[in-house]
Write a protein that binds this ligand. Structure first.
Ligand code: HEC
Length: 442
């Protein structure tokens, strides 16, 4: 896996980790400004970095590649020393590898963070090309900026969904996908969930989160799991850079009166540096309301379930579902969660209204390790055709069938919409299960 390769290639002198001070960006906080810490001594972090380079790193990299690093990032990208550091055992420097990764198919920064612009990459490349020379004081950024937290949900969470027990990350394990079943007590009145706010505990080992609702209780003991037990519905997928999730004003996820609420939190942990004694008890905070909204929100799956990918080939599957006549139309779609497994390369979904088209998701560089939910807008009417296209690169010598196991593949776009369609009318997996699909191999 990528992570092992990263571990082998990167030199991580502990002195760098100890002495580097957190970045103070020179821009005025973008969408995801880096966290900041107290000022260092006589020298400053941006010392020797041309202003464009330190601005780029602050705006696009240091939400993870800070010092110390967060969310599984292998090394800090804060000081010039960080960038000129040689790669362990390999050729080149961290700066050169950074340039490569900004241009790569599975780019840094990972989704949902926007890629660096061509102009930003060009400025970085120009500096790498001259050997990452120390910039003069005049080329450095002027004043220090400051970071602040991301935008809040605009409501006060009133329901905590927290695992009963913390998870201890084994020191000798690099990756773990751990599920926690969490029940919330029944309320005597019906409620709507209106916002979901991640409560991140241990940034050093957290990579990404999937938050699901389940029809029945799931074991609270932290245990490895695959998420796609088909009766769990994904409400929210978080990766560093994903904002809190606020539902549209017309809709909420229902919590029925007098019934225990069942949730599953799947956490992807990453302990690339083999840190000892890391524990985590990340949870979700929910805003709920008893002033029920006009509509219940729900999840529906588009994509396809009948395919087998040939060995050693790139394949593309196109699946079409026609919206039937059902009560409640038009349906309003407001979120999408493209989901494939490790060979997934791209996914798009569009609604064909017979003349006009609405794009529900377009992920040209799908990365299994960075699956997050995306805001979406679309209306579904009877007769509309929903077309989902999944691309894969199967570099193994074996055919890969559809399946829940991570070694098999999937092509789903789980969309969130309202008003909720009753199970009997159009079961939530039917749009994908009954789709007409065509596989093309290149
Ligand atoms: C959302 C968190 C995050 C952001 C933002 C981010 N990275 Fe990363 N980065 C990671 C993680 C996690 C890894 C290790 C897994 C991997 O290689 O994909 C990584 C790995 C890397 C590697 C090592 C790759 C290898 O093949 O060994 C480089 C170089 C890198 N990032 C550069 C950057 C640069 C440059 C930026 C900003 C333009 C950036 N990253 C932004 C999380 C992030």
């Amino acid at each position: 896996m990528v992570c092992l390769r990263t571990l082998l290639r990167l030199a991580l002198p502990s002195a760098l980790l100890t002495f580097a001070v957190l970045a103070v960006g020179c821009t005025d906080g973008g969408a995801n400004p880096p966290s900041t810490a107290g000022a260092g001594g006589a020298s400053h972090d941006g010392e020797g970095l041309p202003c464009e380079v330190s601005e780029l790193l602050a705006a696009r990299c240091q939400s993870c590649h800070s010092s110390p690093t967060k969310f599984g990032a292998p090394m800090p990208l804060v000081t010039r020393a960080d960038l000129i550091a040689p790669l362990f055992g390999g050729q080149g420097t961290v700066g050169e590898l950074s340039l490569e990764r900004m241009k790569a198919d599975k780019p840094m920064p990972p989704p949902p963070n926007e890629r660096a612009t061509d102009a930003e990459i060009a400025a970085f490349e120009a500096w790498v090309d001259v050997g990452m020379l120390a910039a003069s004081a005049a080329e450095e950024c002027g004043g220090g900026g400051s970071g602040s937290g991301g935008a809040g949900p605009g409501c006060t969470p009133d329901l905590a969904v927290t695992p009963l027990a913390a998870f201890s990350m084994p020191e000798d394990e690099i990756d773990a996908h751990i599920c926690f079943g969490i029940d919330v007590p029944a309320s005597d009145v019906a409620r709507h969930i209106t916002a979901i706010v991640p409560r991140i505990d241990n940034e050093a080992i957290l990579h990404h989160l999937l938050f699901m609702q389940a029809p029945k209780s799931v074991s609270p003991d932290p245990a490895p799991c695959d998420v796609t037990a088909s009766d769990w519905k994904l409400l929210y997928a978080w990766g560093p850079g994903t904002p809190a999730y606020v539902l549209p004003e017309e809709a909420g996820f229902p919590l029925a009166a007098g019934e225990t609420g069942h949730f599953v939190l799947q956490v992807h942990y990453n302990n690339l540096k083999g840190l000892a004694g890391q524990v985590d008890q990340t949870g979700m905070d929910l805003c709920t309301t008893t002033a029920l909204r006009p509509h219940d929100a729900d999840i529906m799956a588009f994509g396809g379930m009948q395919f087998t990918l040939p060995p050693n080939a790139a394949s593309e599957l196109t699946c079409e579902t026609t919206v039937p006549v059902i009560p409640g139309l038009p349906l309003t779609v407001f979120q999408a969660w493209p989901h494939m497994h490790t060979k997934g390369a791209s996914l798009t979904t569009a609604i064909d209204h017979g003349g006009s088209t609405e794009v529900l998701a377009d992920v040209p560089n799908y990365d299994f390790d960075y699956q997050v939910t995306y805001p979406a807008t679309g209306k579904l009417n009877a007769g509309d055709v929903v077309r989902t296209r999944c691309g894969w690169q199967n570099d193994t010598g074996k055919s890969v069938p559809f399946g829940e196991n991570t070694a098999n593949e999937m092509c789903f776009n789980f969309v969130t919409y309202y008003p909720r369609v009753e199970l009997a009318q159009w079961h939530w997996l039917l749009p994908a299960a009954t789709a007409e699909c065509q596989l093309v191999t290149k």
